[in-house]
Design a protein around this ligand. Structure first.
Ligand code: 76R
Length: 274
């Protein structure tokens, strides 16, 4: 394959994430010889292997459960052109006319506006932990907090998502209707509401690993929600519990839900009888 000569299109920070959902045209697929199916699988395996970094570039294959789609993919890439190229190379793995795209989503990783500020962290050390500013103990705790914050921010921007058995995806908006307009709340009110949201979310540590990617101005919804899980009840419980939280109850609007199994290309082929 020749090197793509695309313009480099990078973010100030973070990476691009693409979710893709395809149906396989079974009638067209039946017309293929066995060698064509094997060739397609091998091309896809090679493309996944070439894009298998822990964070990015990364191409991960899934199958959709229940048939809203057959195949699903996630692409993670620093450069939009690289993400776009992986998308096209992925489609190029398949014989012409065999793939029909049923849903796609473009979003980017981002830092949250709602993390504690340095001033709030300083107050925690002085008022809650009763440390003397500039004492050795204070400086040590400050260094610990700063390291944790830097690690956390790095992980938000350059996520290393686990290959758990399930990947749930849905897009969402914050409501902008009449009295329920998220965007007319002031920052302090939004921050307080998001604090409640995060408390619910943290209860699912170990059962859910979440990736919230921003897509305002990039795709038809404002965020993509990707939830890795080992079991479907974890997906159901977190979404159910969050529905009672004011941020979701009052301001959340949701698009279609896709539940997908993580399978490598050979397992995808066996599962879908390709
Ligand atoms: O990043 C953090 O952990 C800080 C706290 C936090 C923020 C800022 C957080 C925690 N989220 C944040 C932002 Mn979330 N999240 C969702 C959904 O179905 C629904 O009702 C909502 C879909 C889930 C399931 C979820 C899970 N979160 C956001 C935003 C952006 C809002 C904005 O900027 O205005 C959206 C749209 C959103 C939606 N969230 C968590 C979780 C979980 C599991 C956590 C805890 C993560 C952890 O501490 O490890």
């Amino acid at each position: 394959m020749t090197e793509p000569t695309l313009p480099s299109v990078r973010l100030n920070q973070g990476i691009h994430v693409i979710h893709l959902f395809y149906r396989v045209d079974r009638v067209r697929w039946q017309q293929l010889g066995p060698a064509e199916s094997t060739d397609a699988r091998q091309r896809l395996e090679a493309l996944c292997a070439a894009n298998s970094a822990a964070s990015h570039p990364r191409l991960v294959s899934y199958v959709n459960v229940c048939g809203k789609a057959d195949l699903a993919f996630m692409i993670y890439a620093t450069d939009l052109a690289q993400a776009a190229q992986i998308h096209r190379d992925l489609e190029h793995c398949f014989p012409a006319g065999t793939l029909e795209r049923v849903f796609s989503y473009l979003s980017v990783t981002e830092l949250t506006e709602y993390m504690p500020s340095d001033e709030e962290n300083r107050r925690i050390l002085i008022e809650q932990e009763k440390l003397q500013p500039d004492s050795e103990a204070y400086n040590q705790r400050w260094a610990e907090m700063s390291k944790r914050k830097a690690d956390y921010e790095h992980y938000r921007l350059y996520p290393e998502m686990p290959d758990w058995e399930l990947m749930g995806f849905y897009p969402m908006n914050k409501r902008r209707h009449g009295a329920d307009n998220w965007y007319s709340l002031d920052f302090a009110a939004r921050k307080k509401l998001m604090g409640g949201h995060a408390r619910v979310g943290r209860k699912y540590a170990g059962r859910i690993s979440q990736l919230i990617t921003g897509s305002t101005g990039l795709d038809d919804w404002e965020w993509g929600v990707t939830l890795m899980a080992h079991q479907a009840d974890a997906l159901k419980e977190i979404v159910y519990e969050m529905r009672f939280d004011e941020v979701s109850a009052r301001y959340g609007e949701f698009g279609p839900f896709y539940v997908n199994l993580r399978l490598t290309p050979p397992a995808v082929w066996r599962h879908l009888h390709l």
